[in-house]
Design a protein around this ligand. Sequence first.
Ligand code: GDP
Ligand code: IMO
Ligand code: MG
Length: 430
Amino acid sequence: MPSTVLVGAQWGDEGKGKITDLISSDYDYVVRYQGGNNAGHTVIHGDTKLALHLMPSGVLYDSCVPVIGNGVVVDPSVLVQEMEMLHAGGISTERLAISCDAHVIMPYHIDLDGAAEKRLGKNEIGTTKRGIGPCYQDKAERIGIRIQDLLDEHILEKKLETALASKNHILEHYGLDTYTVEQLLDWCRPYAEVIRPHVAETAQLLNQALREGKNILFEGAQGTLLDLDHGTYPFVTSSSCCAGGACTGTGVGPKAITKVIGIEKAYITRVGSGPFPTELDDEIGDLIGEVGGEYGVTTGRKRRCGWFDAVIARYAADCNSLTDVALTKLDVLSCVDTIKVCVAYEADGKTYDYFPMQHSVMYPKHVTPVYEELPGWKGEDLTGCRTFEELPENARNYVLYLENLIGVPISIIAVGPDRDQTIYRGWSSR
Ligand code: GDP
Ligand code: IMO
Ligand code: MG
């Protein structure tokens, strides 16, 4: 029963949607295990470009059961909207299973996300303002509303009373409108009816599937450096994006996982605030951003762009036990003359070949990247290449150079957003 975790190995937006969609046909279940609609995963379906925020990217295959695991936070209004969007495109969501234990993003979570950012002022995290952090906060405080609560108004009423006793107090403190239980019951009611047939004991479902020899793909959202524990805290999201999160976020144990594929862009981007050692605050960064179409799928914000950072790539290989890497957007680097790769950091007279987590070292003004410069393949169009041998020599050398630095096989290379714009280099789901 081979199971694969697919994780972002950088700061998110690495192309997880494309790769999940690409390999989904090999799996019986595709499962989201953390995050919520802060994610924006792009999948090209025929001539249509779909942006999925909550639905696992495997939803496009009839053979796949899409599952939203217990570790996900679900805004029911977004989920229902996304289901409607898929139906309009002729895609069925009938097979969708949603964990009864997943937490619900309520309207007050969104208000509080905005208020907390405003309070931080110039120190803001740059969240997606989708209520993600405040929802996970309530989960940890044990006053969260779960999907199963939506199915019983009596229970929901009691839970909302408890939550509002605390939330209204804070909303008032911020000078925001408060909520009544009735208002929120009315808000939940129509969504609950759409969601009801999909609610399931997903941990049991997935473990039973494994016993029957079925294959599971766990689709990560965000990325390693946005992980609450392993990322650039406090400039992170509020969930466990790393591969370990697939276990806590679904109820499947670690022995069930046989492969972990890290998705990495051939350069790096970041949306929101926080350290970014290889950031290109110049015309090269702007050029890569323009050619790569680097604008957020969820918020439309311009993504910060920088050179590939092998220190981060090695860190992600460790944190996630990567068995494979999928390198995406190699085609975009056709726009530059030469390509830099960060191989180490220097700070306070010391060289770091590992990712330093101490704030005093990692703070952006403190670390200086040590770069190696490689010749590019400017002007050569890679989007038609389908085998490694068809790539220009310098592009092949770049891939081999990165593979050697990361220490993990690069078994998939993406040279365009479409499903077929892909080069396989030994990837197998088994
Ligand atoms: P995700 O959040 O990790 O799923 O990534 P996003 O969907 O937010 O951003 C990745 C963007 O790059 C999307 O617009 C994809 O269609 C696009 N994309 C994915 N792979 C490639 C590739 O190899 N080349 C190019 N040019 N675009 C790609
Ligand atoms: P996908 O799955 C890139 C970033 C936000 C912010 C920080 C915290 O598409 O890769 P949050 O709203 O989660 O509390 O914001 O995390 N962030 C992402 N950046 N891709 C994402 O998802 C992201 N989801 C959250 O920009 O810096
Ligand atoms: Mg994205």
